[in-house]
Write a protein that binds this ligand. Structure first.
Ligand SMILES: [Zn+2]
Length: 381
């Protein structure tokens, strides 16, 4: 009994003595994470998902200051009026300044039922690859908007796309697919009492599939995407916006385990990681560290006033600052309810603890994985 009491006293003494050490450790810890943030700011980084629709000096200044390269993604494959200027800008930027710009092309799907459509797409893609495109993007309108002549919604696993996907795989390029929406698109929209739309789907009713049972379901769209993954095991396939499975890392894990040709990029969806259990998200990053890429979905518009340029620059700095801190430190980061889309800067209402990822994982997430999944993207960088 005496021995036991002595043992407890010893334990109590040791733990008391540990106290100041623990404080020292946490000081040490925060300086470690601080230096890790500095490390991350300094290493080469690729933002795999930007939309650069006009050449802007402030973007180049940002990339130089933060050691970034931007990959601009051409999108919307149904209007050549909208599509061609994006492709022309991306090509021009790449040819002029490959240190700062890489690009992912896309193709026009509007004539898909015409004979030889796929052949003509392949001719264009060949030219884009010769002009440095590292991949091809397909957009959510496939699955949610375009219909076939029989009235069915066109899905990604439609045979019309097969020769194109075969060609992309054969050229060792990568398909980036924004398929479907976050699952919220199938849930009620948010409107104010005055009837003002507060989230994206309230403002874009064409993509709100809430209470429309005749439209494709979330699972239909994910299943069509998964069929393509299965059918084209040699096609490198990157799911944009975390493959629209941002709400639960388990959804991504299921596909990573099933399809070795599948990776995802963030596409500005960090907040969904913030909403899930931190330990689970941390383990997810450790285990699947070769399958995740950083992307913000930011960029420049076709035309920009000085005021918009200033705002955009501030926004890009603000977001990258916040997200780099989230991934590299264990800081308590004030965060808020971003569903309130009618308020441009919602007030933080709670804190989120940063993930504090190991350096090797940061290296991969911010740079090396982009180079592996989009070979050639590191040209001149
Ligand atoms: Zn985007």
């Amino acid at each position: 009994m005496i021995k036991l009491t002595a043992f407890f006293l010893l334990v109590a003494f040791v733990s008391c003595n540990m106290e100041p050490k623990e404080t020292e450790n946490s000081v040490e810890q925060s300086s470690v994470t601080y230096s890790k943030l500095e490390y991350l700011k300094n290493i080469k980084k690729i933002d795999i998902h930007t939309h650069i629709r006009s050449e802007q000096q402030f973007l180049v200044d940002f990339m130089d200051e933060w050691n970034f390269k931007f990959c601009t993604v051409c999108t919307i494959g149904s209007s050549s009026k909208y599509l061609q200027p994006q492709i022309d800008t991306a090509k021009m930027l790449y040819n002029k300044d490959p240190r700062h710009y890489a690009w992912i092309t896309t193709f026009d799907v509007s004539n898909r039922e015409e004979p030889d459509w796929a052949k003509s797409v392949i001719v264009k893609l060949k030219d884009d690859f010769n002009n440095g495109a590292v991949g091809v993007k397909v957009w959510k309108a496939i699955g949610m908007q375009y219909k076939k002549s029989n009235g069915e919604y066109l899905q990604l696993d439609d045979p019309v796309f097969t020769p194109i996907f075969n060609f992309i795989a054969q050229e060792e390029k990568t398909l980036m697919a924004h398929m479907g929406e976050p699952i919220h698109a199938w849930m009620p929209t948010y409107t104010t009492k005055k009837g003002v739309g507060r989230n994206y789907w309230a403002k874009h009713p064409e993509y709100s599939f809430w209470d429309k049972p005749e439209l494709p379901s979330y699972s239909d769209i994910m299943a069509a995407r998964d069929h393509v993954l299965e059918r084209h095991p040699n096609l490198k396939f990157v799911g944009a916006h975390l493959g629209s499975m941002e709400f639960d890392v388990d959804e991504m894990i299921t596909r990573f385990e099933r399809y070795p040709n599948f990776a995802v990029e963030l596409g500005g969806r960090t907040r969904y990681f913030m909403w899930q259990a931190r330990g689970k998200v941390y383990d997810f990053f450790i285990k699947y560290q070769d399958r995740l890429m950083y992307g913000t979905d930011k960029g420049s518009r076709f035309t920009m006033t000085d005021e918009i340029k200033k705002e955009t620059k501030k926004e890009i700095e603000f977001r990258n600052n916040l997200f780099l801190r989230y991934y590299a430190t264990n800081d308590e980061i004030p965060w808020g309810n971003i569903i309130a889309g009618d308020r441009p800067k919602p007030q933080p209402s709670y804190n989120v603890t940063g993930l504090n990822l190991p350096k090797e994982v940061l290296d991969k997430f911010f740079y090396k994985n982009a180079v592996n999944w989009f070979p050639g993207i590191d040209k001149d960088f």
